[in-house]
Design a protein around this ligand. Structure first.
Ligand code: ATP
Length: 346
């Protein structure tokens, strides 16, 4: 079965004066896929969404959504209201003087009145808020407001949905639950969606694939596990999580480091390379004559982060289950956990 591409950006460029907000940015999203665009503040995430929505015109490159070319190739850009794109933003953006139902109906003005109500009620039902259709924004919790915003975006059955930092106004306890719910709802209607976020955990836990963005460029795109375990360079390795960077000599598919021999995922050119190991790939064992010393310990309940000093003065970070308790000042051995595979980042 061939997959259908629902969103395509091909070599899109957008400048603001000297700033290259989008620098030859390319990506493709398959129909029914949830792609997270992950990057630090100022990397161009919002510009990418604004170009998709039609609020910004790129200087060059092509934008295609639902099989329709929206801009590029010298043709006039399709205006935002003709793009069939749904949008959910950070601050809900509900009309305060309208009920939840009327907020959802708002985007359905092309339908007859009775049809509008039926479609809006179905969308509110989808997000589990049928019982609150008469409530105004101030009578709804942050999570409920964001569900109404999602219902409003989905009700017109858009070709794609764009979610711009949709959970960042919510507190941590609400955020996790709403992420799960939104994920399920998008699956249920088989929506094609782009989620823009600077939150690594959000991108890795929710998305089918993650596009990592830096300085206007898409620097890596792949499944969450690939992004986390096989980052393309040091910057991506450090941006998506804590990491230990080591130098070592690559030979016969393995790298020889100060921590010993570690396996590599694929054929790498022999010679000196920088490799990355995640903190959970290090094993720490108490040993009074060990070559390392625990210098810091952070207890997180389910696990512990150790900062560990090596004899040469360099530090490592190790994440261990909290049942394995070592004390600050204690001497330890540190080895790569069995089966660890390092990634080559330089
Ligand atoms: P954040 O996560 O902080 O919202 P972002 O990744 O969404 O950041 P953008 O808002 O797309 O980043 O901005 C990318 C770059 O373009 C930034 O350097 C920003 O200052 C600049 N920029 C964005 N919009 C404009 C504009 N209208 N005029 C001038 N510069 C702009």
């Amino acid at each position: 079965m061939t997959s259908e591409i629902a969103i395509k950006l091909a070599s899109v460029n957008k400048r603001f004066g000297e700033i290259r907000a989008l620098d030859d940015a390319s990506l493709a999203v398959e129909r029914g896929e949830l792609l997270a665009v992950l990057g630090p503040s100022g990397c161009g995430k919002s510009t990418l969404l604004r170009v998709l929505m039609g609020f910004e015109s790129p200087e060059s490159g092509e934008v295609t959504v639902g099989g329709r070319a929206l801009s590029g190739d010298g043709r006039p850009s399709v205006p935002p209201d003709r793009r069939h794109i749904g949008m959910v933003v950070q601050d809900y953006a509900l009309f305060p003087h309208l009920s939840a139902l009327r907020n959802v109906e708002f985007g359905l003005h092309t339908l007859a009145r009775s049809e509008r109500k039926r479609v809006a009620q179905k969308a509110l039902d989808l997000v589990g808020l049928s019982h609150r259709e008469e409530a105004f924004a101030h009578q709804l919790s942050g999570g409920e407001q964001q569900r109404v915003a999602l219902a409003r975006a989905l009700a017109p059955e858009p070709d794609v949905v764009l979610l711009d930092e949709p959970f960042s106004s919510l507190d941590a306890s609400l955020r996790a639950g709403l992420r799960r719910d939104v994920h399920e709802i998008l699956r249920e209607v088989d929506a094609t969606a782009i989620l823009v976020t600077h939150d690594q955990e959000e991108a890795l836990s929710m998305a089918d694939r993650v596009a990592v963005m830096r300085d206007g460029r898409i620097v890596q795109i792949g499944e969450p596990q690939e992004i986390y375990w096989q980052p393309v360079d040091k910057w991506v390795a450090e941006f998506v999580g804590d990491v230990n960077l080591l130098r070592g000599e690559v030979k016969s598919g393995r790298v020889s480091t100060d921590l010993g021999l570690i396996a590599l995922p694929h054929d790498v050119v022999e010679g000196e390379h920088a490799v990355a190991l995640r903190p959970e790939q290090l094993e720490v064992t108490a040993n009074p004559t060990g070559g390392f010393e625990v210098v810091e310990r952070e207890f997180y309940g389910h696990d512990i982060m150790y900062r560990i000093k090596a004899a040469d003065g360099s530090t490592l970070i190790a994440q261990r289950p909290s049942l394995e308790l070592c004390e600050v000042g204690e001497r330890v051995d540190v080895v790569p956990a069995a089966g660890s595979i390092a990634s080559v980042v330089g």
